[in-house]
Design a protein around this ligand. Structure first.
Ligand code: ZN
Length: 259
């Protein structure tokens, strides 16, 4: 009972914060895609990451050293992620954007579920599974093209048509820098936001973890909807830690926005 009362008052506070803001930006992490069946790799013993260390297998050094081994793992990840569907938390953010209450979504996720849910202004700071790129000559192909090359190649490695080098997913691998244009755009958005709505992210992985600082520095507010602690809990204007789908559905209802 006590929890519920506190919950709804925090949701009402968040609704008020958003309704009164000129610029609201969402920053999302793995937690928003968990209800879509994509486990957070930081939770041990789940799905595809069960038998491998992601820091080892999804590392740029692993790709460069042994593309065949890299792709024997990553082809499966491509395939699994490509078939996942957005959930009501992704759809809630798309509804907020349509209602003019959300300027953009900055995401750490590579799964494209925000795009599938209808978000238009999307900044993917860790890249996405949309396609592959040749690190040698810069050529790009779609995921579908890469998948047919994987199927056709005896070693299961998609190769560049122009130079023959192995293609790399347009996902930021461990050990790689973040795409500069996306990071700059994310920084601009967060530095101008009145409210930064952080969802499903532990806000611990730099440089994304520095984005809330930019909003705080310009006098904006942080709202955090995430299970488990974050380094910003003490300075958050609103802190919700229930299920992301339920929290965002409650927020839509409080704002009178149709899902
Ligand atoms: Zn090439």
């Amino acid at each position: 009972m006590g929890t519920h009362a506190k919950q709804s008052s925090a949701t009402a506070e968040l609704a008020q914060l958003i309704a009164g803001a000129e610029s609201v930006v969402a920053l999302t992490g793995a937690g928003i895609s968990v209800p879509s069946g994509i486990p957070d790799f930081r939770s041990p013993g789940t799905g595809l990451w069960e038998r491998v260390d992601p820091m080892e297998v999804a590392h740029i050094d692993a790709f460069e050293r042994d593309p065949e081994r890299f792709w024997s793992f990553y082809a499966q990840r491509f395939d699994v992620l490509a078939h996942k569907q957005p959930n009501d938390a992704h759809r809630a953010l798309a509804a907020l954007e349509r209602a003019g209450l959300l300027q953009a979504v900055v995401t750490q996720n590579v799964d494209q579920l925000h795009r599938k849910a209808g978000t238009r202004e999307l900044v993917e700071v860790h890249g996405s599974i949309a396609g592959c790129v040749c690190l040698h000559c810069g050529a790009q192909v779609s995921r579908e093209q890469a998948q047919s090359r994987i199927a056709a190649d005896p070693a299961g490695v998609p190769r560049c048509d122009d130079c023959g080098a192995p293609l790399k997913p347009q996902v930021v691998l461990f050990g790689e820098p973040l795409p500069e244009r996306a990071l700059t755009r994310a920084q601009e958005l967060c530095a101008r936001a009145d409210v930064l709505l952080c969802i499903g992210s532990s806000l611990e992985v730099y440089p994304v973890a520095a984005l809330p600082e930019l909003t705080l520095a310009r006098g904006g507010a942080l709202a955090i909807v995430t299970k488990g602690p974050t380094p910003f809990d003490g300075v958050a204007g609103v802190r919700l830690d229930d299920d992301v789908v339920e929290e965002l559905q409650a927020l839509l209802a409080a704002l009178g926005v149709a899902a």
